[in-house]
Write a protein that binds this ligand. Structure first.
Ligand SMILES: Cc1ncc(COP(=O)(O)O)c(C=O)c1O
Length: 473
């Protein structure tokens, strides 16, 4: 393989990056970043032609192909790619040469953003901590709960189907990361219970007591709607969880990293059950698709008890707690959600989308499950190609599990120009989380594309995908 730039200059420039061919890009990616991830991207057809532009629900490839983004890039793009209002504030910010890194002066932009958050979160949720990623937000939330409880009350209860991040502590409370948790040590003091089972929560709180008969549990961390599979707990579950947490002074941490900012048809998924958490973490769509930004919000009395002393002002902190451009993107993103009524669109279009998926399910028995809430939807397939492909030697078990969905994703992408993802913990599933700016026409074109793919011989579709694996460079 010839790498045109490799031996000409030691350092490459942004212009070099713009001119890099897809092939050379993949080579550098595989060499310096992650060879197997590069392989997977290539197998799915994503590495053959690269996006040169993104706007709204669409990506545009080097050859002019228009791709409909039904993944919302892991649920980050709630207001769509490169929303013009966000581009405008960022352009002005750069032109004015504003201070990017507000560390020594109180930032008016942080001030406005935290005010806005206190407006969209219910009750007295109004003290915010800003950071960089969902995992970091959950890590900070759990630390705050431990500090708030004090007196050695440091047990965290989590659920068996859950994902809260990939740092050591967040992995330790991520029940769906069974595979990962085999490789890395679990931090002590994490107790797993079944998702949706409030009796198990109370039982666990009562089982773990100190000598003074006070529970050692300081917090319960959970997603109001489990993203993958769109698992909606039984009606009343969160209300009951809220009651139990109040009774034993256990802090309720709700993880809205994926579900937040309108994804499920409410601003936050916990609002489907009309409760208020004690701490709520958020990220992904928070930065408006332009800033890598996250945070958590809590009640004043919790913050005061945890970090209220002057010498504790930076007990929990981070160098990067929101660069200026991230902060203004987040301010603008919340305003866009409001002005363009995107949460409402998520609710109404989500219902229509789910109904159409259910129609497809009746038509195609290979679809074994569909579910959705707002514009968070999923489809599960029977892995029809599994048995056939098992006869081909040299295919890892993990690949076999991804066979049907891998084939369907590739077919949707290459023939119908639709980008969709399978979530990390369930290979038989497509997770749909498009920008909330999605239109009814776009739903209809997705449904007819999927219908077309479902009409194909899925075993052949999957085997075509496997051939790509066997032919990998
Ligand atoms: C519900 C949930 N919590 C936490 C995280 C971790 O966020 P990050 O990848 O930004 O660390 C994710 C990421 O997918 C998530 O979906």
């Amino acid at each position: 393989m010839s790498l045109a730039y490799k031996f000409q200059e030691t350092l490459m420039t942004v212009d070099d990056a713009k001119a890099l061919s897809p092939e050379d890009t993949l080579t550098l990616f595989k060499t310096h970043i992650n060879p197997n991830l590069g392989k997977l991207m290539d197998m799915l057809g994503f590495a053959r032609m690269l996006p040169v532009r993104a706007r709204g629900t669409k990506l545009y490839l080097q050859d002019g192909t228009e791709i409909l983004d039904m993944s919302g890039h892991l649920g980050v793009m709630n207001v769509g790619h490169n929303h013009p209002r966000i581009l405008k504030v960022r352009r002005e910010w750069a032109e004015q040469e504003q201070l990017e890194f507000w560390k020594f002066h109180p930032s008016p932009y942080h001030a406005v953003l935290s005010h806005n958050l206190s407006q969209i979160f219910p009750d007295d949720l109004q003290v915010v901590f800003f950071c960089n990623s969902g995992a970091e937000a959950n890590e900070g939330a759990m630390k705050m709960a431990e500090k708030y409880a004090g007196n050695g009350r440091d047990l965290i209860v989590y659920t068996d189907i859950s994902f809260h991040g990939k740092t050591h502590a967040t992995l330790s409370v991520s029940g769906s990361e069974k595979h990962q948790n085999k490789h890395f040590k679990q931090i002590p003091g994490c107790v797993m219970i079944p998702y949706g089972d409030s009796d198990a929560l109370e039982k666990t709180i009562l089982e773990h007591k100190d000598r003074m008969s006070k529970t050692k549990v300081c917090a319960f961390i959970v997603e109001a709607i489990r993203t993958e599979g769109v698992v909606i707990p039984p009606q009343g579950y969160l209300q009951e969880v809220r009651r139990i947490c109040n009774k034993y002074d256990v802090l309720l941490i709700l993880d809205e990293v994926y579900a937040g900012f309108g994804r499920t048809g409410k601003m936050f998924a916990f609002q489907h059950e009309n409760i208020t958490p004690d701490i709520c973490s958020f990220s992904k769509a928070f930065g408006g698709g332009k800033g890598t930004f996250a945070g958590f919000i809590t009640r004043p009395h919790i913050f005061r008890k945890a970090y209220g002393k002057i010498n504790e002002a930076t007990l929990h902190s981070s160098t990067y707690n929101g660069y200026g451009e991230e902060v203004i993107s987040a301010i603008e993103a919340i305003n866009i959600l409001h002005d363009e009524q995107l949460v409402e669109n998520s609710a109404t279009l989500g219902e229509y989308f789910l109904a159409r998926l259910k129609e497809l399910q009746i038509k195609h028995p290979i679809i074994t499950y569909v579910n959705g809430k707002g514009l968070l939807l999923c489809i599960r397939f029977e892995n029809t190609a599994y048995k056939a492909a098992k006869l081909i030697p040299g295919i890892p078990e993990e690949m076999l599990a991804k066979l049907t969905t891998g084939g369907i994703i590739t077919e949707l992408y290459e023939k119908h120009h639709i980008l969709i993802q399978t979530p990390p913990h369930d290979s038989n599933q497509l997770l749909i989380s498009p920008p909330l700016t999605l239109t009814k026409d776009e739903v209809d074109s997705f449904i007819s594309a999927l219908d077309e793919v479902m009409k194909m011989n899925i075993v052949e579709v999957a085997l075509k995908y496997i051939k790509r694996f066997l032919n990998q460079r």
